[in-house]
Structures are given as structure tokens and as C-alpha cells.
Design a protein around this ligand. Structure first.
Ligand SMILES: Cc1ncc(COP(=O)(O)O)c(C=O)c1O
Length: 383
């Protein structure tokens, strides 16, 4: 079956009692058992350990990524937390992409570090840096590609080969491209993380996360952590995300086409220093983007001339673009990472990974491209 068929039908069967075409929201803490001898005969006991609506979403996510199973969480950060807690022992070591979502950086350096876990943040765009950073006590290689916010790419097949040779699980945050455009497990990765808050939901309606595992052993470790730490997604969120996911491919294609038009407009604008979008030929890793993914996504950034002040003025001048921290929704969003998402990093840490003062991040939505361009044009005139 093709991706579009799977995104609609995987994990979902008509309700056996009523025939309802949509999996109902099973809003129930507990599930009554027929007898102690037949415990869990219907598959569920308590909603922290598993819930039928959540299970339908987990099945859909696993099928779309090509994994053996998936676990769903209350947020994308809970998914990342579950992976780190499930796979990293106290005092162990983890190799991480130097550019990752700010929350991932914060959790690694300010929470996991309290348990003696050491993190090496390396430029994973060159796989040999991963080989050089791996140690005897390394228990996880964590990459994010395209990375938030600079869109730096990691060659997933190359990094997976290195981690496989050392027997270390490789987890990929695939939030930006989704399984519609990029399937890390097919490229050799062991686990995939999603903030379903972004494209999977797509409507700015829910917070959620998911982890897809390539093996039953990893799936069981994640399932144990999801239950033990109490991180599971709620049934209402699972239901909304199930609906959002059905239109994933249509939204991704339309939003990516918009992103290409917006990036092309910005590339020739006199107040713009540089534009970064994987679909542009000028993008440094354009060839890798075209090779390992089937689309370029709808995230882009540009450097407005004039640094922090210009960035702030631009944020104040846009009208159609919403100044908001999320991404991946049908609404177009604009952020200034230095003053918003990546404010927790020190200026030195930001500079080291290319998060400059004038960097403006765009999450291109589903509106008409002409309207999005007209709004950026009037805002740039006022900078
Ligand atoms: C790439 C990436 N991973 C993980 C997260 C965390 O997701 P959530 O906000 O759902 O906790 C985000 C949030 O922006 C993200 O951009």
C-alpha cells in the first residue's frame, strides 16, 4: 500500500460495536476485566499503560515510519525524555547533533547531566565526527535532521553505519520532514522521535510526541518507560492527531511548495543577507537533502540585515505571519530564535552552531503563497 492510503487507514478499523468509522475517544481510566484468569484479555488494563485510542495512533505512526511498534507521549519532549531515560545509564555518554531543538539541548545539559550522563555535541553533518566522538561508554547517538533552527542535515545512512558497527542505537528526531518525506529506519536508524505537535497534527491543536522502534527489544524498553514514568498521550490528543495525520501528505506537499516560493522571493531581497531552504540550489547540503528525503519540507530561515534590532522590528511588522513558537501547522509562523526558542543557550553556544542575531525562522503554512510573500515584503520595507 502507498503512503497516502496508509496515512488514512493504518491502525484504524470500524468500531466493532457501532461501526463508527472513526476510532472513538476511549475516555476511561480503567478497563473492567472478565476474570483474574483472563486478565487483559481485551488488551487493556489502565490508561497509563495503554489506551485503545492511543494504540490506534501508535499503530498508524509505526506503519508510516516502517517500525515494529511505536509509543505515544504527552509532548515531543516527553518522547525525547523517554528515549534518553530508557537508553542512557547513569554515568554513560551520548553523542548529539550540535544543532538540535533548544528543549533537547536543555534536557540533556540541565537534567540528564545531573545523573552523570555526558553529552558530546558534535557536527553530525560530517559523519566522521560521530566516529571520532564515540567512546566505550557511549550508549546513544542522537541526531536531528533537518535540525531546528538552522536546518543543518545529517547523513542518516552514514551515521547509522557508524553506530551499527559499534552496536550503539541511533535515534533520529524526524519532526521536520515526517515519514512522508524521510524514513530514518529505512536508512539504518534504530529509533525515530516525533513531536506530533508539529506536522502530524498540523493544526496547532495538540501537544504530543511519538517514538518508533526498529526492533521489538527497543519497543519494549520504550513501552516500559512510557508506563513507568507516566508519559502517555491522552485519548483526546490521540484522536485529534489521528485525524490530522490523514492529510499529512497533502499538507506537506502544499506547504513545501509555498516554502519554495517564499524562499525564492527572499533570496533576491536587498534587506536579506542569506536564505536557507533545503530546496534551493544555493543550500549547502542540497544534494544530501534531495538524496535522503523525498521532499524539502516547509521550514526555512533567513538572515535579515541589521542583527537583533532588525529581527525585532521585522517581528513587529508582520501581519499575516503569526509571531509564535510552534511550527508545522497550517498557519504560517515566524520566530526569532535568539530572543525566543533558543534564548536558553549562551551567546557563545549559539554562535558556535550558527544561530546568529538576525536569524529569522519561518514555518510556512497552507495560505496562498502570494499573501505570505506580500506580508513579508511590506514588513521588510519597514525594517
Ligand atoms: C525538532 C523538535 N523536536 C522536539 C520538539 C519538542 O516537541 P514538543 O514541543 O511537542 O514537546 C520540538 C519542538 O519545537 C522540535 O522542534
Amino acid at each position: 500500500m502507498g503512503f497516502r492510503t496508509k496515512q488514512i487507514h493504518a491502525g484504524v478499523t470500524p468500531d466493532p460495536v457501532t461501526g463508527a468509522i472513526l476510532t472513538p475517544i476511549y475516555q476511561s481510566t480503567t478497563f473492567v476485566q472478565d476474570s483474574v484468569d483472563d486478565y487483559m484479555a481485551k488488551g487493556f488494563s489502565y490508561s497509563r499503560a495503554g489506551n485503545p485510542t492511543v494504540a490506534a495512533f501508535e499503530e498508524k505512526l509505526a506503519v508510516l515510519e516502517g517500525g515494529v511498534g511505536a509509543t505515544a507521549y504527552g509532548t515531543g519532549m516527553a518522547a525525547t525524555t523517554a528515549v534518553m531515560l530508557a537508553l542512557l545509564d547513569a554515568g554513560s555518554h551520548c553523542v548529539v547533533s550540535d544543532v538540535v531543538y533548544g528543549g533537547t539541548h536543555r534536557f540533556a545539559t540541565r537534567v540528564m547531566s545531573r545523573f552523570g550522563v555526558e553529552f558530546s555535541f558534535v557536527d553530525t553533518s560530517d559523519a566522521s565526527n560521530v566516529a571520532a566522538a564515540v567512546r566505550d561508554d557511549t550508549q546513544l547517538v542522537f541526531t536531528e535532521t533537518p535540525a531546528n533552527p538552522t536546518l543543518k542535515l545529517t547523513d542518516l545512512a552514514a551515521v547509522s553505519e557508524i553506530s551499527k558497527a559499534r552496536g550503539i542505537p541511533h535515534v533520529v528526531d524526524n519532526t521536520f520532514l515526517t515519514p512522508y518525506y524521510q524514513r530514518p529506519l529505512e536508512l539504518g536508524a534504530d529509533l525515530v522521535i516525533h513531536s506530533t505537535t508539529k506536522y502530524m497534527d498540523g493544526h496547532n491543536a495538540t501537544l504530543g510526541g511519538g517514538v518508533v522502534a526498529a526492533t521489538e527489544e527497543l519497543q519494549q524498553r520504550l513501552r516500559f518507560m512510557q508506563k513507568s514514568a507516566g508519559m502517555i498521550m491522552s485519548p483526546q490528543v490521540a484522536w485529534l492527531t489521528l485525524q490530522g495525520t490523514k492529510t499529512l501528505s497533502a499538507r506537506m506537499d502544499a506547504q513545501s511548495a509555498n516554502a519554495m516560493e517564499v524562499a525564492t522571493f527572499l533570496e533576491s531581497h536587498p534587506k536579506v543577507e542569506s536564505v536557507s531552504y533545503p530546496g534551493l540550489e544555493s543550500f549547502a547540503q542540497h544534494e544530501l537533502a534531495a538524496r535522503q528525503a523525498s521532499g524539502f519540507g516547509a521550514m526555512a530561515w533567513f538572515e535579515v540585515k541589521g542583527g537583533v534590532e532588525a529581527g525585532k522590528k521585522l517581528m513587529a511588522a508582520v501581519e499575516l505571519w503569526s509571531l509564535a513558537e510552534n511550527l508545522g501547522s497550517v498557519e504560517s509562523l515566524i520566530t526569532h530564535p535568539v530572543t525566543m526558542t533558543h534564548g536558553d543557550m549562551t551567546p557563545r553556544e549559539r554562535a558556535a552552531v550558527g544561530i546568529t542575531d538576525g536569524l529569522v525562522r519561518l514555518s510556512v503554512g497552507l495560505e496562498d503563497a502570494e499573501d505570505l510573500i506580500a506580508d513579508l515584503s511590506q514588513a521588510l520595507d519597514r525594517v
